[in-house]
Design a protein around this ligand. Structure first.
Ligand code: MGD
Ligand code: MGD
Ligand code: MO
Length: 806
């Protein structure tokens, strides 16, 4: 979230699209209800299904799954055509006026630079026009046809209300009604908050779904504003923390980059990621990259990291390709992986193409399961009947089960969707032989290290040099890990403004990332967490909920990254002259000397209004990007591509380019994609309030609350297929089938899309064969093995099935 949970109450309009907050985030959703009751805010829902969120909404519009970019591009077209957007904000704070490279093009579904063999783009034309100082050129009169806003207007011109209706199946009137709601919040004193989750991310065009919405928020002037923003409602407890500390194969903690083979030296690496300004006078925070990176190296290798050995750069792995989970299971499937550590992950239920997953696990020599529960994955080798019909004798994989504690059985910090690090205390001791994940990992590390010391091995120096400064090396404590992430001074840090004084003395915990140095005198495991545990103590454990402004910016409650800031880009909540766009939403303002207010300013504290510095300080030009330059895999502007399994069989906009041209699909999986003639219905998968993934089928009360696997189909489809409410149906895709009870419902209606009737099928995800609940099928028996071109998040939300009465 750029904003935070409580801030939702400040919105005038709440759009839930690509999520179902009332069911998946029932506690946080209270803030949407608070906005409705206190602010007379309107709540609108756009979802293929009439959800429980829709049932308390002011307006609901249906949509065909996988078509949100078309819908949102139609909204952008509407805003530009009617002029109902925040023009001052757009001109001052976005790249609308900047000039784009004359060689950048979009034609018949493809942007300039496409390489059909590699399914990827040469992005060298996705740039600005630069002046002789290397700064981006701009035309504030917006008359140059190469201005971003003019190219964008041309790009979205195709998304007329009629085209939106054709692509999305959303009736034109409903679409226009949503446009009107949104346009009202283009006023300076009105905001929209978008709440989204997997309904947007789990698509082959997932990242661009979110980007299109972010562009709308920029046009409406809602970024940086209380009650505005781009608000991802995250999933697992601490999944936000997981991304923050970089547990992705191409990331390092704090959204730093894991080096690749293309950066063999530290110099090449830092040159690539230390950004240079694209506008005169711009502070761009990534100019500090070396300070954050070298501090991380010092946290990793301690005294062993020195200037002479490039702070241990050579010890870091250099990726040749992304090792996302799709890639990893593909390699496993090809027989190239010997062993797999499966920590807090149940891939047989959670990962696409369950049959491929089980066949991949069957090729391993060993599988280690770290989990508090006996998961379905841990017994993938057992024949569980129709739900897992394997030949046990043919599976040689040795499975080790290491029982762990769960979050309620240990202390630690959980980062919520609003970036708040909240310390929590354990509620109970773990039962039986369960020990913490940290103790297991430390146990493996200390043994590996001992073995390396004895026998040597590949990259031994990296293992031998790792800093492991914990009181008990076999069991690092949450407090120790938290302080390591925060960081400390390894030498006295002099204050450049006050000679003879120090910002920190040697050994002290850092009070913030501004203290970090690129000379090895500071260490920090995750720069964005600096300030969470300082000399003043554990900031994450604070529980002062005083709220002087009433906006919910409780700066004394827990601690938010970065720098305890609650609303990102809050400089943009003020006009260029430093006064707030909307007085009742004052987060910060200029007091004549510096920026002050109820939030921590997201700007240089003493940079006066009217200077050349833009508010989006993580960007080289300081502006919100309507044109994304080279940051996205499939183009600087979003474009509608069909799901890999499309019920239309074509893309009405450009039949030659049907699905995301930059998506990575493994050859064998391409063959496993179904076609609409054999699998005519558009399916999507989702959660139920009463269950949490595959855990709660181990709990009797949840199993009683939602006792049996079902699928939802509309009345029209049920009638066509002769299916009655409560019948057992077989739902099949090209990859397998499941059987479940049919729930025939008005909540899913047939849509008219692409000149035909499209029926949608809803499939909840919570069943499997382990636990106390009635057995069921992994919903992922049906789903395709393809992901978003940027993140590789699987396309769980749009695929094709057939439905038959059993
Ligand atoms: N009770 C409960 N709560 C949970 C979880 C749980 O298992 N149980 N899981 C947690 C986790 S890990 C996560 S990530 C979150 C997920 O939170 P959500 O994303 O809100 O949950 P889902 O139910 O997967 O999907 C949300 C909605 O997306 C809709 N949808 C499907 N395709 C599309 C589309 O193309 N466009 C649009 N606009 N909508 C579409 C679905 O119909 C569904 O209503 O929930 C968290 N909360
Ligand atoms: N078709 C379809 N598939 C989906 C989705 C969908 O919407 N549709 N949603 C996707 C999403 S968003 C998610 S998040 C995944 C969820 O996929 P998983 O993360 O695989 O699902 P969980 O059942 O939550 O599994 C997590 C495991 O962690 C264990 N666990 C809990 N606490 C701890 C702990 O402290 N330590 C350890 N080691 N283990 C612990 C639990 O017992 C559980 O077995 O599913 C994904 N798959
Ligand atoms: Mo999730």
């Amino acid at each position: 979230m750029t904003n935070h949970w409580v801030d939702i109450k400040n919105a005038n309009l709440i759009v839930v699209m690509g999520g179902n907050a009332a069911e998946a985030h029932p506690v946080g959703f209270r803030w949407a209800i608070e906005a409705k009751t206190r602010n007379k805010a309107k709540l609108i829902v756009i979802d293929p299904r009439f959800t429980r969120t829709a049932s308390v909404a002011d307006y609901y519009a249906p949509i065909r799954t996988g078509t949100d970019i078309a819908f949102l591009s139609g909204v952008i077209r509407y805003l530009l055509q009617t002029g109902k957007y925040n023009k001052e904000y757009t001109l001052a704070y976005t790249n609308a006026a900047l000039l784009v490279n004359p060689d950048f093009k979009f034609d018949d579904g493809l942007f300039s630079g496409y390489n059909a063999d590699k399914h990827s783009y040469d992005k060298s034309t996705w740039t600005y026009q630069l002046d002789d100082k290397g700064m981006a050129k701009r035309d504030d009169s917006l008359s140059d046809p190469r201005c971003v806003i003019n190219l964008m207007r041309d790009h979205v011109a195709r998304y007329t209300p009629e085209m939106v209706e054709t692509l999305c199946g959303t009736p034109k009137d409903a679409f226009l009604k949503v446009c009107e709601y949104l346009a009202e919040t283009g006023a300076h004193d009105k905001t929209t908050s978008f709440l989204y989750a997997l309904g947007w991310t789990q698509h082959s065009i997932g990242s661009q779904n979110i980007r299109t919405m972010a562009m709308i928020q920029l046009l409406l002037g809602n970024m940086g504003m209380a009650g505005g923003g781009v608000n991802a409602l995250r999933g697992h407890s601490n999944i936000q923390g997981l991304t923050d500390i970089g547990l992705l194969s191409t990331s390092l903690p704090g959204y730093l980059n894991m080096p690749s083979e293309k950066e063999p030296t530290l110099e090449a690496y830092l040159a690539k990621y230390t950004s240079k300004p694209l506008a005169d006078g711009q502070m761009n925070y990534w100019q500090n990259y070396p300070k954050f990176f070298i501090s991380l190296m010092k946290a990793m290798w301690g005294d062993k990291a020195t200037a002479d050995n490039q702070w241990g750069y050579d010890w870091l792995p250099k990726w040749d390709k992304s090792y996302d989970v799709l890639q990893y299971f593909e390699l496993m499937h090809q027989g190239k992986i010997n062993g797999y550590f499966c920590q807090g992950f149940n891939p047989v239920l959670a990962f696409p193409d369950k049959n491929k997953v089980v066949s991949s696990l069957s090729k391993l020599k060993y599988l280690v399961i770290m989990d508090p529960l006996a998961t379905d994955t841990s017994t993938f080798w057992k024949n569980h009947g129709e739900q897992n019909d394997v030949k046990t004798a043919e599976i040689q994989t040795e499975v080790f089960r290491l029982p762990t504690t769960c979050f309620a059985e240990e202390d630690g910090a959980v980062v919520n969707s609003g970036r708040w690090l909240q310390w929590h205390w354990k509620g109970a001791d773990a039962p039986g032989e369960a020990i913490t994940d940290a103790e297991i990992l430390a146990g493996i590390f200390t043994r590996l290290k001992a073995q390396y010391a004895k026998d040597g091995g590949k990259n031994a120096e990296a293992i031998m040099s790792l800093s492991w400064a914990y009181g008990n090396p076999h069991e690092p404590k949450p407090e120790e890990l938290a302080k390591e992430l925060n960081g400390k001074a390894l030498a006295d840090i002099p204050d450049p403004k006050n000679p003879g004084q120090f910002l920190a003395r040697k050994g002290e915990l850092l009070s913030g990332f501004a203290l970090m140095q690129a000379d090895g005198s500071t260490a920090s495991g995750c720069w964005i967490f600096a300030g969470s545990w300082t000399q003043a103590g554990n900031q994450m454990a604070r529980r002062d909920n005083s709220d002087p402004s009433g906006l919910g910016n409780t700066l004394g409650w827990a601690w938010a990254w970065p720098a305890n800031r609650r609303v990102l880009y809050n400089r943009a909540s003020c006009k260029p002259d430093g006064t707030p766009w909307d007085k009742k939403r004052t987060l910060i303002k200029w007091n004549g000397e510096k920026w002050v207010g109820v939030d921590v300013p997201d700007f240089k504290a003493d940079e006066p209004p009217g200077s050349a510095m833009g508010p989006f300080i993580m960007q080289a030009e300081g502006l919100g990007r309507l044109f994304a330059l080279d940051k996205m895999a499939e183009g600087p502007f979003p474009e509608h591509y069909e799901p890999f399994e499309t019920p239309l069989g074509t893309n009405p906009l450009h039949p030659k380019v049907v699905s995301n041209p930059a998506a990575r699909v493994f050859a064998a999986d391409r063959e496993q994609m179904g076609k609409h003639d054999a699998f005519p219905y558009a399916a999507t998968t989702y959660r139920l309030t009463e269950h949490f993934h595959g855990w709660t089928k181990h709990a009797r009360l949840n199993a009683i609350a939602q006792p049996e696997q079902f699928v939802e189909i509309g009345e029209a489809l049920a009638k066509e297929k002769g299916i009655a409410h409560g019948d057992t149906v077989k739902v099949s895709s090209k990859r397998g089938y499941i059987k479940a009870k049919a729930v025939v419902t008005k909540r899913i209606r047939a849509l008219q899309s692409g000149g035909k009737t499209v029926h949608q099928v809803g499939i909840p995800i919570h069943w499997g064969y382990e636990g106390v609940a009635k057995k069921g099928f992994s919903a992922n028996t049906l789903t395709p093995f393809v992901g978003d071109a940027n993140t590789q998040t699987p396309e769980f939300k749009s695929f094709l099935v057939n439905v038959e009465k059993v």
